[in-house]
Design a binder for this molecule. Sequence first.
Ligand SMILES: Nc1nc2c(ncn2[C@@H]2O[C@H](COP(=O)(O)OP(=O)(O)OP(=O)(O)O)[C@@H](O)[C@H]2O)c(=O)[nH]1
Ligand SMILES: [Mg+2]
Length: 482
Amino acid sequence: MMRSEIPEFAVVGHPNEGKSSVLSTLAEDDSVRISPLPGDTRVCRTFPVVIDGREVVRFTDTPGFQNPRETLQWIQAYQGSHATLVSDFIKAHQDDDDFHDDCQLLQPLLRGALIIFVVDGSRPLRNVDRAEMEILRLLGCPRMAIVNCKREESAWLAQWQMEFRKSFNAIRLFNSCQASYRERIELLESLKSIDQEIQPVLERVVKAFAADWQERNRLVADLLLELLCDGLGYRKSATLKPDSDEKKLREKLHGNFVDFLRRREKECQEKMRALYKHNIFNCELPQHSILQEDLFSEKTWKFLGLSPAQFVVAGALGGAALGAAVDVAAAGLTFGIFSSLGALLGAAGSALLKGGEFLSGVQFLGFRLNKQRLQVGPVKTIQLLFVLLDRQLLFYSHIINWAHGRRDYENQVLTRQKHSFNLGYTRDWSRSRYEICENFFKALQHYSQAEDKVFCRPLGELLREVLREISGGEKQAGKLSG
Ligand SMILES: Nc1nc2c(ncn2[C@@H]2O[C@H](COP(=O)(O)OP(=O)(O)OP(=O)(O)O)[C@@H](O)[C@H]2O)c(=O)[nH]1
Ligand SMILES: [Mg+2]
């Protein structure tokens, strides 16, 4: 038996237990076919995991056992050498259609593949399961059992665990529809324990996965920074001809800005989706997600970004919001609700809640740069920074928690996304984080395209830290204890 340098795991089990779904999640590949009908996978297909242009590990999807009892009997009666057991079985059955799937699923063993045996732990154990486990035990290949519960039902787990102990080197709970990045890494780590020989190779695989994730987070932080720079630093001006309609021109400038920001947000989300390899499915947002709301809607501005209390009562921003408003007021510009300091202080709470109106209504209509020119931007309310960030961070959390093996949203109970329906992340931040945002925001007010964006660095670092928290924070133990 030849084992290649690149570890290969064959995912095997009974039909319809979730083998393809587990593989799809592990390999982060949404092109894997998954179907509610048993017997969907008929031939083996190998899915490589490529990191930095190099294949680091491969997973092979296999059909379910077709005749476990007969296969077991044949193996038990086999008199030949153990080394030729699998090839002899295939030779003896390859022309028999009834054994097509059994022959297929054993093929990867000829190349030295390691076994991941998948069962649906939300149902009771049956005799065919025992037969399948016994086949794998007699074949003697390194193997791990994965309990993938298709329903929220744990009554049978103890029974599975007892049975598994007899024939497996390791056992893990792994939900193919809800597994997070951390659980994928933990599963890979535990695969090390099934075979000492491959431990160093798998060590490298786990490191490559972790480095790849870090790199993706770095790229997301860059995407977010770019969005904030483009959105908050937006400046567009237009010439006001003597006979032209000033109101119309302001509306046009305003409309262009709003469209631009909506488009940039979408672009940013599409790039994130691609980075996390969701190429085929849309990863629909939950129906009640705040992200279903428009960027400038009243609800968005009510639930995301900082609360009015944080701005005014707690003074979280040490005067940033206030400062910006004073600037605008002093210059006598038309910036809607921030048109006077008195309005801000008097009705600070409600004024900030109406931030959405400030941008979407008629107020944000540009100001006169001089007699002939009208300008829109840069944005003067720091709340837009927090709202934009919250929306992108919520989207990030949504996308990284969408397991690739998951197909139908309706039947899924999402327990992991604590932030899906309510507030954003930024409200929980510390004062020092707000200061970083404030400094970035202030620098952006005076920044011109030609400058080096060194002022972005602290916020870039903060964003990487926040992304790490979101992706690593919800650690769940997947090991079946016992
Ligand atoms: N709710 C839920 N459904 C799951 C889970 N895992 C798999 N399913 C569903 O179960 C069905 C079978 O999943 P597959 O991954 O195609 O199963 P399989 O073992 O590859 O099936 P065959 O290829 O036919 O042997 C699909 O409809 C999946 O969406 C899970 O963890 N939770
Ligand atoms: Mg399948």
